[in-house]
Design a protein around this ligand. Sequence first.
Ligand SMILES: [Zn+2]
Length: 456
Amino acid sequence: MTDDALTPDQIQQLRDRVAGLMPQVRADLEQLVRIPSVSASSFDQSQVARSAEAVAELLRREGLDVEIVQEGGRPAVIGHLDGPEGAPTVTLYAHHDVQPPGDDADWDTPPFEPTERDGRLYGRGAADDKAGVMAHVAALRAHSGQLPVGVTVFVEGEEEFGSASLPQILEKHGHRLSADAIVIADSGNWAIGEPALTTTLRGGVRAVVRVQTLDHSVHSGMYGGAAPDAVTALIRLLASLHDEDGNVAVKGLDEGTAAELDYDEARFREESGLLDGVDLIGTGSILTRLWNKPSITTIGMDVTSVDKASNTLAARAAAKVSMRLAPAQDPAAAFELLEQHLLEHAPWGAKVTVELEEHGSGFAADADGPIYDEARASFADAWGTAPVDMGVGGSIPFISDFVARFPEASIIVTGVEDPDTRAHGANESLHLGEFEKVCVAEAVFLARLGALQRTR
Ligand SMILES: [Zn+2]
């Protein structure tokens, strides 16, 4: 592999070609945004079918062999075009469904009427993720007639509705999606002018902890002071989950370190709405705490409400806790550590049971090797600056489905979003200047990947 497998002239040609394509790419994006393809079940699902058909047509026009597939959920689109003999293969992922628009009154312009203001295109799905769909189409157009790699495009129709039928789609059609590289265009960049690859996502565990101290509830005057109540015992138990600094105190959980990016406490306070005078919890850089260390939150409790309270020692109490995990942590192992901690810290011999409700894997990209090198180089070609590695504190559950199904593939998570995109919110928008760079990066990546194969 050599870094100059593609000449600066070839890269400039691709930049110019994409620049020439952008008006049509933009017009096609607007057509997609006009289709209100909300996958949530209370919305008109014929619109999701329409958007699947519109995406299928865009891919057919690029010469792909296209099929709309539906395995009990919303329609997804799979298209394929062979590359040169022996060339690597790439699968390009995006989704054509969108979140509900919410209240129209919260939008400055109607959600399904794409509108440009100050260099941004506003509309539901203008970024998440119809611009992801169009970035793939733009990359194909840039190589029209001479695709350097074999390409499969997979455009899901229910990402915003939990990807419930994705396992069945992968089971039935997965052989068509297998590739050397899988580009998932559903995340974003670090800032305007600062590209990023999303290389980590946290996993998660949700569990219910139940505490019982008495056979039945009893009068707090008669028995209080000698018998513990379950609510107080539960609170002490939950308090044991953090140390004095607010770090998770469950022993044995993995933790890592985030890349050093510009993100200060003032910005975090502003974005999170943290009240003046309330401390941040945990140690390490803020991004490390958000992306690479575990966190535990109490998200619900079954206790007597204040209104219905009486002078009683409660016999039972329960809480639901949500644990976020370092990206590479095995969630089943993390649950066992949590369960062990809770059983060992039962105060006053209280009877404690812990039940696993749900767990999901995180994602830690194997972000080295020739394919990742080409991806980083492509971003640098498009932006003039190398991409940073970014994490996401939440999960994108379908990514772990891909990792499990395609363990050999390099999975590259990209996207069109920036910190002002407001995906899922009112006034969602796409930065049009950044969007062109996303399209250039993907077009260059396909070329670099094709060249990589020829020189190795
Ligand atoms: Zn999305």
